[in-house]
Design a protein around this ligand. Structure first.
Ligand code: SF4
Length: 453
């Protein structure tokens, strides 16, 4: 493996929920496919008379509930996750409505319901596979295979790591990060900032502005969610809980258990916004997009963190997300929910410790503790919707992150015997051994017992 060269803004991405691998990745695929089609020779484009899109693996098993076809349609129509309107997918709620796709000089009519849910079990290299074909009669004119590998990241057949700058401080493990910090007498956020500049070519100011925008979207999701009443979309009929929790927290002046109620309310709020298909920030995925905003909002509103501390905390949190993605996975379809809410909780704990000004070792310990107590967590969304257990699980992840921070910042650093590299190795192994039924297929766990009831 080579050094991590992922941008902070690829990990913390703005886009529509409810599932980064099922909405953001597929939206990118739809956009990319039409971009390629428009570059085909005119004779091919103008002769095409049909489009075939097939979903495999967990995209087939749970894509209906996650809104995958709606996201693909938005992409085919030229929308991109980070620039689309918060409620961009709602126009595709009527799956039988036809839209004209622009092939470049020719319009092709297509409906959301034309997308085919194919085999759940398959032999393609990644669980979340999509095959797009442009057809003339039975003949395939152009085909691309995409893999939505988690966190909104998209790969395709023949994909190669894009050429980008070499990180100023290359690392693949937390041990290497620590070595850099020691050797160069630098702080974690300084390392992340230097790497971000060398990898992406962005200026320091652009990076700070980007992090401020991430903060703004996270805060927006919390603030919208804590005042939005009603029932979430989908057949479950799940009531939004965040406004009730928030009112109770407020009535207790955010004191005692009122503080915990507020933390829960913030996580529920951002998760409910995600479940509604509105814009959130992947942290590291949409499924886990309630944890970090809840911690961020708490630190800012109740603990007086400055914008500078928030920016630095986000960079520190990203480091833990990168390592989890690089050495295990952040995809529920690959390793279960430990890779989504588990990693989100680790990032939240790291963010909290770092933004509060604790030493690096406290930050690593906090992230490790949060991750350790999510090991083995399965992914079994009821009906394929990112609602049960996902929404409450984000609240639990936020509370665990806060508790991990309390343990790490209260006890002597040397008490901690497990480091972050070891817990990530355990997470990868556990995910590898986990039955496929518990990896975002809705074939077991709560998804099954709820159906049987
Ligand atoms: S159970 Fe966890 S991993 Fe699975 S969809 Fe829900 S939040 Fe994502």
């Amino acid at each position: 493996m080579s050094a991590i060269a992922t941008s902070v803004f690829e990990l913390l991405k703005i886009g529509p929920g409810p599932s980064s691998s099922h909405t953001i990745g597929p939206m990118r695929a739809g956009f990319d496919f039409l971009e390629h089609v428009r570059q085909l020779p005119e004779s091919d484009r103008l002769g095409a008379d049909a489009l075939e899109i097939r979903l495999f693996g967990s995209l087939s098993a749970t894509g209906g509930g996650h809104g995958t076809p709606r996201a693909i349609m938005a992409g085919l129509l030229g929308q991109q996750p980070d620039t689309c309107l918060p409620n961009a997918l709602e126009q595709f709620d009527d799956a039988t409505r036809s839209f004209d796709l622009d092939l470049g000089g020719k319009a092709l009519s297509y409906r959301t319901c034309d997308i085919i849910f194919d085999a759940v079990q398959h032999d393609y290299p990644h669980s979340n596979t999509m095959v797009f074909r442009l057809l003339k009669g039975n003949r395939t004119i152009f085909e691309r295979m995409y893999f939505s590998v988690g966190g909104g990241f998209l790969r395709w057949e023949g994909w190669e790591e894009p050429v980008r700058g070499r990180p100023a401080y290359p690392y693949e493990s937390m041990a290497q990060v620590k070595e850099h910090l020691r050797t160069h007498s630098m702080r974690l956020h300084e390392l992340l900032l230097a790497n971000e500049q060398s990898i992406t070519g962005m200026t320091e100011e652009q990076i700070w502005n980007g992090l401020d925008r991430i903060t703004e979207v996270m805060e927006g999701a919390v603030e919208t969610g804590i005042v939005t009443e009603g029932v979430l979309p989908g057949p479950i009929g799940l009531q939004r809980k965040a406004p009730v929790m928030y009112r109770r927290a407020k009535s207790e002046y955010f004191q005692g258990s009122g503080f915990l109620k507020a933390l829960n309310a913030y996580a529920l709020a951002a998760s409910e916004e995600n479940a509604a298909g509105h814009c959130v920030v992947t942290a590291p995925t949409c499924g886990g997009a309630g944890v970090l905003p809840a911690i961020l909002y708490t630190v800012k509103r109740h603990m007086g963190a400055s914008p500078e501390e928030i920016r630095q905390g986000l960079l520190a949190a990203a480091c833990f997300g990168f390592l989890a993605k690089h050495n295990a996975s952040i995809s529920g379809a690959e390793v279960g929910c430990q890779g989504e809410v588990g990693v989100a909780s680790a990032m939240g704990a790291a963010f909290l410790a770092y933004a509060r000004g604790y030493r690096f070792q406290v930050t690593e310990n906090a992230a490790e503790i949060a991750m350790e107590h999510h090991l083995g967590l399965t992914c079994d969304p009821v009906g394929g919707y990112v609602q049960i257990p996902c929404i409450e699980r984000n609240a639990m992840g936020a509370v665990k992150a806060f508790n991990a921070y309390l343990i790490a910042s209260t006890l002597d650093e040397s008490y901690q015997k497990v480091d972050f590299d070891k817990v990530i190795k355990a997470m990868a192994q556990t995910g590898h051994d986990m039955s496929r039924k518990y990896k975002e297929t809705s074939l077991a766990g709560l998804a099954m017992s709820m159906t049987e009831c």
